[in-house]
Design a protein around this ligand. Structure first.
Ligand code: NDP
Length: 237
């Protein structure tokens, strides 16, 4: 029997990059997978066709849409909040509306959807947030607001792990380092700078992160909760 057969999974932000790799991984392990997308209709439809997962449009900046998508998918055994944007640059000139949009997606939606998922989650369920190694270390200029959104997830998982621990629901944040996606291409202009602070001087892959999600979803990870799972090639070492 496949490792996750009989399990229902919801990935918020699954159309591209790390989210798409998670959709593929959990589907290949037998889970019944739904994922949300906001702007990438064609990629979402292709991925759904390829994996058998169900694609739902729901913009994470719209609280009622994201709550409805989470509620309609329930009860969910494995909930993954992956959606995220990175607004980087000089804090004195960045558009405040762009920063607020990032806070809406990276923090507000992550919190409200996680709580909604927990409402009907069976005992032993999994809540997994995708944070960033920048929650631990900010070695470059221009990343204050993005890093702030990701460090908020650290206290979120510490607290929610306590709130739902009596139901054996685990709550963790995976903190990737530079990972080759549209957001951060391995051949992008900042790649050498990022590699200069890493022990292993190369981008990771979306599949590396998806494998970590799969482990956290497995019975072997039942005692891991309220914890930061950093997978960053030594970026924060
Ligand atoms: P991509 O830009 O490649 O993909 C982002 C994903 O988030 C897409 O599926 C996108 O969906 C979704 N998304 C964006 N905005 C919204 C929204 N408003 N509502 C719903 N979904 C949305 O990024 P990555 O795959 O690289 O990043 C995934 C996560 O990993 C993010 O949280 C990011 O911060 C984190 N991360 C990435 C790192 C990297 O180096 N790549 C390093 C550390 C953390 P759509 O296109 O349909 O809008």
């Amino acid at each position: 029997m496949a490792k996750l057969s009989g399990k229902k999974a919801l990935i918020i932000g699954g159309s591209r990059g790390i989210g798409a790799a998670i959709v593929k991984q959990l589907s290949s392990e037998g889970a019944s997978v739904r994922f949300t997308w906001a702007g990438s209709r064609t990629k979402a439809e292709d991925l759904a066709r390829q994996t058998g997962a169900e694609a739902i449009q729901a913009d994470a900046t719209d609280r009622s849409a994201i709550l409805a998508a989470t509620r309609d998918a329930g009860p969910i055994d494995i909930f993954v909040f992956n959606a995220g944007i990175c607004i980087a640059g000089d804090p004195l000139t960045l558009d405040p509306d762009d920063i607020d949009r990032m806070i809406d997606i990276n923090i507000r939606a992550a919190y409200h959807a996680s709580v909604e998922a927990a409402r009907s989650m069976p005992d032993g369920g999994r809540i997994i947030l995708i944070g960033s190694t920048n929650a631990n270390r900010v070695p470059f200029t221009g990343l204050a607001a993005y890093s702030m959104t990701k460090s908020a997830l650290q206290s979120m998982v510490r607290g929610l792990a306590r709130d739902f621990g009596d139901r054996h629901i685990t709550v963790n944040v995976i903190q990737p380092g530079p990972t080759d996606t549209d957001m951060n291409p391995a051949n992008g202009p900042q790649a050498d700078l990022m590699h200069s602070v890493m022990a292993i001087k190369e981008h990771g892959s979306a599949e590396d992160v998806a494998a970590y999600v799969s482990f956290l979803a497995s019975p072997a990870a039942r005692g891991i909760t309220g914890a930061m799972q950093t997978i960053d090639g030594g970026f924060s070492a």
